[in-house]
Design a protein around this ligand. Structure first.
Ligand SMILES: Cc1cc2nc3c(=O)[nH]c(=O)nc-3n(C[C@H](O)[C@H](O)[C@H](O)COP(=O)(O)OP(=O)(O)OC[C@H]3O[C@@H](n4cnc5c(N)ncnc54)[C@H](O)[C@@H]3O)c2cc1C
Length: 373
């Protein structure tokens, strides 16, 4: 029994319901609302706040390390690799322009890939380094990567022989980014309904009936599904697989020299400085089957591997304590490209962001909002 006020303001039939308040869902709702200010746009989020990868990630504002880009080139060809870099590069620029560097805590402290002694990856990258840099110039307009082995000692890393740096990447504050985006979406008239766990959708010629876990039912003109790694529960036929990523953060370390973002071991590990400590994630390759899950949690096997990397490579001869551990769920699949498509007359999907949602989320959302028109 809603009052007239509730009916008019909060329980109006939404023109568009976006499922999932991650970076993609919130930007999708924001862009759609900007184009159609008189439409009622609601984001349905199962958690009390955004609860997916967008608030669990490592906060790398990056477009791909040299080894990753060269592996992509081998797999898909030069044009496809460059198109992907361009999308990420433009996405980062758009994100920073839309929300502002200060509001997302972006620090231009650089991105790095490091190679231990005798790493065959180094030879593979070194052989094709100049050609890669030349090709990337057409996108970034400048020299993208440069060798900077001198920085290894300055960062305090041990057992590392070579380092590639780009000045065009850096860490950001994931929490600030998402809080800023949420505030912006609300300020521009998007309604966010938290605790709204969608269990089922049924499309008719007139609307999409959305069933919530708490028993409530909503009818929406259109639906955009932005549930990333949780998509199988709603759209089971889409090729999306949940992939858990585990992270830890050390307590602040006196005299920490590490600055910027770092990729290690073909990108299986990634670390950065944060709040005077080190944030480190990865190790999924140690237990791919176990980490193919939408359940949050950490495991001793992966956490121990992360701690070993800390003590042997990142923080040698340094006492550290772990302040926090967490995990997040990514959406992966047979291709590294996201799925942005109209599923039916009234349902659009914008999912499977992989490990690059910070960079591409805003552009995925722009496309999704256009498809929902
Ligand atoms: C550990 C980790 C580290 C990462 N590091 C980086 C990084 O450094 N840089 C980078 O670019 N990317 C990184 N990523 C990837 C990036 O975080 C994701 O690609 C991006 O956040 C995906 O955004 P999204 O909006 O698609 O999904 P999500 O942020 O996962 O949002 C989906 C939302 O949908 C909600 N939801 C799910 N099911 C339902 C339902 N049935 N009903 C209602 N709501 C629902 C969820 O609660 C969630 O809030 C990382 C990911 C992880 C897990």
């Amino acid at each position: 029994m809603h009052s007239i006020w509730e009916t008019r303001q909060f329980h109006r039939t939404p023109d568009v319901a976006v499922i999932g308040a991650g970076i993609v869902g919130l930007f999708t709702a924001l862009f759609y609302k900007r184009k159609f200010p008189h439409h009622h746009v609601v984001v349905l989020e199962r958690g009390p706040f955004p609860s997916g990868a967008s608030v669990k990630n490592a906060g790398f504002a990056c477009f791909g390390s040299p080894s990753e880009l060269l592996a992509d080139e081998d797999q898909e060809g030069t044009d496809a690799m460059l198109a992907r870099v361009e999308n990420r590069w433009k996405g980062l620029l758009e994100l920073r322009a839309e929300l502002g560097d200060a509001a997302i805590g972006f620090e231009a402290t650089g991105g790095h890939e490091i190679y231990p002694a005798h790493d065959p990856l180094y030879t593979r990258v070194a052989d094709r380094f100049d050609r890669l840099n030349m090709a990337l110039r057409s996108i970034t307009g400048q020299e993208t990567f440069h060798w900077d082995d001198m920085a290894i000692g300055l960062s305090g890393l041990q057992g590392i022989e070579h380092l590639v740096r780009t000045d065009l990447e850096g860490p950001l504050d994931t929490g600030m980014l998402m809080a800023t985006l949420l505030r912006k979406a609300l300020a521009e008239g998007v309604l966010v309904r938290s605790g709204a766990h969608v269990t089922h959708m049924e499309e008719s010629s007139a609307h999409v009936a959305i069933q919530l876990k708490d028993g409530a039912r909503i009818q929406a003109g259109r639906v955009v599904v932005c549930t990333n790694g949780y998509t199988p529960a709603l759209l089971a036929d889409l090729p999306v697989t949940p992939a858990r990523g585990q992270v830890l953060l050390t307590a602040p370390i006196t005299g920490l020299r590490l600055k910027g973002t770092f990729h290690y071991d073909e990108g299986f590990y990634y670390f950065r400085d944060h709040g005077g400590g080190v944030l480190l994630g990865g190790g999924r390759n140690l237990d791919v089957a176990g980490e193919t899950t939408a359940e949050e949690g950490t495991t001793p096997k992966i956490q121990e591997a992360l701690e070993k990397l800390l003590s042997e490579v990142i923080l040698p001869d340094t006492d550290f304590t772990i302040a926090q551990r967490w995990s997040g769920i990514m959406g992966m699949g047979p291709s590294r490209s996201p799925i942005i498509e109209r599923r039916s007359e009234r349902i659009v999907a914008a999912v499977r962001l992989g490990g690059m949602g910070v960079a591409i989320g805003i552009r995925v959302a722009r496309e999704a909002a256009a498809l929902a028109e």
